[in-house]
Design a protein around this ligand. Structure first.
Ligand code: SF4
Length: 358
């Protein structure tokens, strides 16, 4: 644990940062996090645009606009600058994960349940469908970042790639990493010496590229000053970096440090786990509403040796077959045992329906 780094996080400015960060979260929700034309995101904020700053702060306090994370049961309180995932905007409404940015989310421990019925057959079926390795994540995921670099440089590349990956397709993130590599910028010292606008232009069109350029520069400075140019090696130290949330921190721990401490639940893992009936809210048989709930529910029963591979497995499955909109249930090899088969497909294949009912 790097005490100086963690101590800096709890300096007196932290109290002020709470206020600033809260209002920043609101501003981000209203302006930066809302792509043009996306109505649903408006629902995130009920703060009128013409109220004063102090009113806004007070309102924010009343509404407890904080995001409190519970990581591995340690429940470290931290306000997080996170950009939402790409599928958060696809349905034209505020998704649970977006809404959670403005709520005081205390994720409860999930009720102890046994492993879901047929989970091994389902997992085996998905693995079979993924044998072709044709999903974007298979060649352009964060796991591939800096694959030809020495370990320390590769770890930094994984962190930067992961920070760029939210709200961005794998292909776009991969291309941005390549451009940084060509300019010799997969290096914290080089990034610190590069001005923010240049960095932003280089990673464009990564989603929220301007905010991410700022976060990447800040993270690079911390890597240099507190970790000897390497990246943080603990979950909490990673979470202390702006722009890094639980999903990213778990992914970086798994890929960069080969130290899987939890399941990396992104939007694909969250969606598919719910479709498969693998996860539940505490004490209920209802779907989980946040990736953190999904992570904790999955970790209750999924064998630990599946924690690391489950992410790329389901991400690729979600990119190719169990897609966010109109999943291709007619092509899916587990449509005879999936509880959600053909429920969201626009045009179920009659033959498959017949097979399923037989
Ligand atoms: S049957 Fe449909 S909903 Fe179920 S896992 Fe396959 S694609 Fe997804």
């Amino acid at each position: 644990m790097h005490l100086a780094f963690l101590a800096r996080l709890s300096l007196p400015s932290a109290a002020m940062r709470g206020t600033r960060s809260s209002s920043r979260t609101v501003r981000a929700s209203r302006a930066e996090l809302s792509p043009p034309g996306v109505r649903g995101v408006k629902r995130e904020s009920s703060v009128s645009s013409d109220i004063s700053k102090s009113d806004m702060v007070a309102s924010v306090k009343r509404k407890k606009v904080k995001r409190v994370l519970q990581v591995n049961g340690e429940n470290p309180k931290k306000e997080v600058d996170i950009v939402p995932d790409i599928e958060d905007f696809r349905y034209g409404k505020a998704s649970p994960s977006l809404i959670s940015l403005q709520k005081n989310v205390r994720v409860p421990s999930v009720v102890k349940v046994g492993a879901p019925e047929n989970w091994e057959a389902i997992l085996k079926g998905i693995k079979n469908m993924r044998l072709s390795g044709e999903a974007p994540v298979d060649t352009m995921g964060c796991e591939k970042a800096g694959s030809r670099l020495p370990p320390k440089e590769k770890r930094f590349a994984v962190l930067i790639s992961t920070m760029m990956s939210s709200q961005t397709k794998d292909e776009v993130t991969h291309a941005a990493v390549e451009r940084l590599s060509e300019k010799g910028l997969l290096d914290p010292d080089a990034i610190v010496r590069t001005d923010e606008a240049t960095l932003a232009n280089l990673i464009k069109p990564v989603g929220f590229y301007q905010r991410k350029a700022k976060f990447i520069k800040e993270a690079s400075k911390i890597c240099l000053e507190h970790f000897g140019g390497d990246i943080p090696s603990s979950l909490n130290e990673l979470l202390a970096l702006k722009g890094v949330g639980p999903k990213m921190a778990h992914l970086v721990m798994s890929i960069a440090w080969k130290n899987t401490q939890g399941i990396c639940v992104d939007t694909h893992v969250h969606r598919i786990s719910n479709r498969l009936g693998w996860v539940f809210r505490e004490g209920t048989k209802q779907k989980t509403t946040t990736p953190e709930q999904t992570r904790m529910s999955l970790e209750k029963w999924l064998p630990k040796d599946e924690w690391e591979p489950i992410n790329p497995l389901l991400v690729g499955f979600g990119q190719t077959i169990c897609t966010p909109l109109r999943p291709k249930c007619d092509l899916c090899g587990i449509n005879n045992i999936c509880p959600s088969a053909f429920k969201e497909s626009s045009s179920p294949n009659p033959k498959q329906k017949k097979m399923r009912s037989s």
